[in-house]
Write a protein that binds this ligand. Structure first.
Ligand code: NAD
Length: 455
């Protein structure tokens, strides 16, 4: 529904009412919603791809892989495991509580809010949505207003396919988000920047509503001299310039061992042209910047820097070339803010230890990457670098594994989802103990004189 066809408060109450009637709790309802979402994505693939192209200039193949295809595989995985995830897990019962049985029963939280982001407008809204439905919740979705074509198509299609008593799409800007945040939701799942994350958490605190915050940060990428440089460059280019760098887990900057800088840069340039052609800015495989404000912000990062590749942009088409800057001043804005665009600072270090120290002195990132063939360096990365996820010898691929949790740590966020972790985020794990009457150890009851000999 749109904001005009009913008040936010009315929608919230209607969904709460549906939840209290219990209709979302059954396996059948959950499965039917997941089936419906799957149908929505497959039957409207062309329209969805064109909305993504309109908002972000995504090519059909990139949009399919990173958004629709990702969601379909997430839904299939969820449906495959749903019955098992919903089951109570039996756990042991100590002697003191015998005879008895203990179990952990997942139950839905109630009515939850999902505030989506604009960079992967379908994936980052509908993946948490899949998890929330699988866990049996009523859901209000607020897509990001910065990707209006994607927001509009979700607003149009979701009510046609899913159960309108239990789900609703409310489109709008931050004023709508503010009104939604005033409601006593049972969980809020937010994807976006750190500043709004703090606003969300503050609003949630008024109702003691738990939050999941999927935020961002500067994800580092360390390149060891001892690595397959051609494949390293290929994977860095893919991770950095997919969606024109507007990916929360894109490598934000590279720390490269000085002895291999020129080899790395040469391979990087070769790969940029191999993947996006001689003029990436004109390539259909290369996305656009979300709006003029963000393009200006990104252009601003180049002031006073040593731009060694790219640098050009086109305000008309909102495109900015894959751009590499060498050894920026660490105090400059490009190294202080999350870039979230196609600018890649490459910083030379004299050793891998220096690179790790650099990362450890900064806020914990959402992702951290290492390219190295040395097992001891790989292990050091896993042991020493705190990040939402660590990925060795690739970028972003950990996202493709639903068995791995996805989420940040410290300033890159709190909570996690994907696969079972998403189901758990939107469920309460209720402790259940069942006792029987046939035997009773009297020692726990007063009078205390009866307990004395056990103390
Ligand atoms: P944002 O934080 O400005 O907006 C996201 C959502 O918040 C939108 O729905 C918007 O309507 C709402 N919003 C904006 N201002 C608000 C306010 N004052 N009060 C209440 N709601 C408000 O999005 P952004 O900062 O442009 O997104 C980019 C950031 O998101 C980057 O830091 C990126 O790393 C992060 N991100 C993280 C993930 C992840 O999965 N961890 C994914 C994508 C983006």
């Amino acid at each position: 529904m749109s904001i005009n066809s009913g008040t936010i408060e009315g929608t919230f109450e209607r969904l709460q009412q549906s939840f209290s009637l219990g209709k979302t709790r059954t396996y059948e309802w959950r499965k039917a919603q997941l089936d419906a979402l799957q149908r929505l994505l497959t039957e409207n693939k062309t329209a969805l791809l064109s909305a993504l192209n309109e908002d972000l200039g995504k090519s059909a193949s990139e949009a399919y892989t990173t958004e629709i295809g990702f969601l379909l595989s997430d839904i299939r995985h969820t449906k495959k495991h749903l019955r098992k995830w919903m089951k109570a897990e039996k756990v042991s019962t100590p002697l003191i509580a015998q005879p008895g049985r203990s179990m952990i029963q997942p139950e839905p939280l109630g009515t939850v809010l999902i505030l989506g982001a604009w960079n992967y407008p379908l994936q980052l809204t509908l993946a948490p949505y899949t998890a929330a439905l699988a866990a049996g919740n009523c859901v209000i979705l607020k897509p990001s207003e910065l990707a209006p074509a994607s927001a509009a198509i979700m607003g149009r299609l979701i009510p046609r396919y899913l159960d309108g008593d239990a789900v609703s799409v409310i489109e709008g800007d931050k004023d709508v988000a503010t009104r939604l945040l005033a409601m006593p939701f049972d969980h809020i799942f937010y994807t976006g920047g750190e500043n709004v994350g703090k606003i969300v958490m503050q609003a949630a605190a008024k109702h003691l509503t738990p939050v999941t915050l999927e935020l961002g940060g500067k994800s580092p990428c360390v390149v060891d001299a001892n690595t397959d440089m051609a494949t390293t460059a290929r994977r860095v280019v893919w991770g950095k310039w997919t969606n024109a760098g507007q990916t929360c887990i894109a490598p934000d900057y590279v720390l490269v061992e000085r002895s291999c800088t020129s080899n790395f840069l040469a391979r990087l340039e070769h790969e940029i042209h191999r993947q996006f052609g001689a003029q990436p800015i004109a390539s259909d495989d290369y996305g656009k910047i979300i709006n003029a404000g963000h393009l200006e912000r990104l252009q601003g990062y180049l002031q006073g820097q040593d731009v060694i590749m790219g640098g050009e942009s086109d305000a008309q088409s909102l495109r900015m070339a894959p751009t590499v800057i060498l050894n920026p001043d660490i105090e400059s804005t490009v190294m202080q803010e999350e870039i979230f665009g196609p600018v890649l600072p490459v910083i030379e270090v004299s050793s891998i230890s220096e690179a790790f120290d650099f990362i450890k002195r900064r806020a914990k990132p959402l992702a951290a990457y290492l390219f190295s063939e040395k097992p001891d360096v790989q292990q050091k990365m896993i042991d020493e670098i705190s990040a939402g996820s660590v990925c060795i010898n690739d970028t972003m691929m950990f996202m493709a594994n639903p068995a791995l949790p996805f989420g940040g740590v410290g300033h890159s966020g709190m909570g996690r989802y994907h696969g079972r972790f998403g189901f758990n985020t939107f469920s309460h794990h209720k402790s259940v103990m069942k006792r029987s009457f046939w035997f009773d150890v009297a020692v726990r009851y007063a009078p205390s004189s009866a307990r004395k000999r056990f103390i």
